[in-house]
Ligand binder design. Structure first.
Ligand code: V47
Ligand code: SF4
Length: 387
């Protein structure tokens, strides 16, 4: 049966979506102004299924937050501490290696590494961390350091962005996570994170990384003081850069948690805003292959529902997460593959294990097996390139 859209106010946008036509800034603003979450979701689902069919991607990964010491004091951050402050920590490279211990037994194909902007750690520390991890786990992809950390490292090392990225890649960097983007609006940045790399700077690091052939993700932190216009403009800036480089893999809206931050007391984002933001992301970012729901921040149940609102990726097992849990997240820090597969299947989608670059991973006998080694799937007939 042919699906139609009843909501007359969004009819012209629906037509554009069906025709595969790019949405304008005004369309984005009208979507945010509408309360018709189901219709927006329906449109996003059309694009989601056009791009990714019934597939929902997940990854077996582990996060490592190597240090919470940060020279910035972003008002939305509960994770960072000043050097020497109670609760501050900076892992030595040996400790990072200990944290990574067991990744292969766990079946992980990715280690995701982010931390604060440490005022004293030298560039050698980061190179050694990547180098030793890469040497010990050559088959595991290292997705490390936000664009903000990379700009900080370049400054500390006295190197250009290009030379910094090249050195990190030589040491073992595989790709760049999407953090640090927040909302590009200078008004919001002035209010919440005046010392942070500006939006143009964040985009500049990603442009340089993409030019070098590194892929990355892009995030947007929402649900604090930003407006719908600022969210829409953030998406448009990402879309422009993606037109230029094609280097982004996934867009990941991050729902703000206010506990233990300077914004403590701001209420949690509502399900309506969460679903709308994911769906509008899918609709506006027509050149992004994937939209990811980070279940840690969104909650497991809403992440499952989002699979019908434009989302085709549910991140991964994670294991340890400090950034959102410092800010009051009540999700667990780890989901097993069995749980991830169950929530995807019960949403009527087909679970597909992927590696960081969205190559599909086929486990022996189609079963997840903790003793299986990712390197065993690296024959061309097991890992299929999908994007
Ligand atoms: O940049 C900080 C955000 C980000 C809070 O690329 C907060 O696959 C909510 O970027 N409430 C880091 N969010 C995490 C991140 C990420 C996570 C998962 C996957 C990927 C990926 C990237 O967390 C920061 C900031 O935007 N953040 N504080 C908070 N209180
Ligand atoms: Fe530092 Fe990042 Fe927290 Fe800002 S969000 S204070 S840059 S760790």
């Amino acid at each position: 049966m042919k699906k139609t859209l009843n909501s007359s106010s969004l009819k012209d946008i629906y037509k554009k979506v069906v025709d595969g036509e790019r949405l304008s800034r005004e369309d984005g603003l009208r979507l945010y102004a509408s309360n018709d979450v189901l219709q927006i979701g329906h449109m996003a689902n059309i694009v989601r299924e056009r791009k990714n069919g019934n597939k929902t991607f997940y990854i077996v990964n582990r996060h490592i937050n190597y240090s919470n010491v940060c020279k910035n004091q972003c008002k939305f951050c509960a994770f960072s501490k000043e050097e020497g402050e109670d609760g501050s920590y900076a892992m030595g490279v040996d400790e990072v290696m200990n944290e990574a211990d067991g990744v292969v037994e766990q079946g992980a194909t990715e280690i995701h590494i982010v931390g604060g902007l440490h005022p004293k750690l030298g560039f050698d520390y980061y190179l050694e961390m990547l180098g030793r991890l890469h040497e010990r786990y050559p088959q595991v992809h290292l997705q490390a350091f936000t664009a903000v950390e990379i700009a900080h490292l370049a400054e500390r090392a006295g190197l250009s962005l290009r030379d910094t990225l090249t050195a990190l890649r030589r040491a073992g960097l595989g790709s760049i996570p999407g953090g640090g983007a927040e909302v590009f609006s200078s008004r919001v940045r002035k209010e919440l994170c005046p010392d942070k790399l500006a939006g143009e700077g964040w985009l500049g690091v990603m442009r340089e990384a993409h030019r070098l052939g590194l892929r990355s993700n892009a995030t947007m932190l929402y649900g604090h003081v930003e407006s719908a216009e600022e969210r829409t403009d953030h998406m448009l800036a990402l879309r422009r850069l993606q037109d230029e480089t094609g280097g982004f893999m996934a867009f990941i809206p991050l729902a703000f948690h206010s506990d233990n931050t300077f914004l403590q007391g701001l209420p949690r984002t509502t399900a309506a805003l969460d679903l709308k933001t994911l769906a509008i992301g899918r609709l506006m970012l027509d050149n992004f292959p994937h939209i990811k729901a980070f279940w840690i921040m969104l909650g497991i149940k809403l992440a499952q529902v989002s699979l019908s609102f434009g989302v085709d990726d549910i991140d991964g097992t994670v294991v340890v997460e400090r950034i959102t849990h410092s800010a009051g997240a009540d999700t667990p820090e780890e989901l097993s593959v069995t749980e991830i597969v169950r929530l995807i299947e019960e949403a009527g989608r087909s679970p597909v294990e992927r590696d960081t670059l969205y190559r599909e991973i086929v486990r022996p006998n189609g079963r997840f097996d903790h003793d299986w080694h990712p390197a065993e799937s690296r024959s061309e007939d097991c890992v299929k390139v999908t994007s």
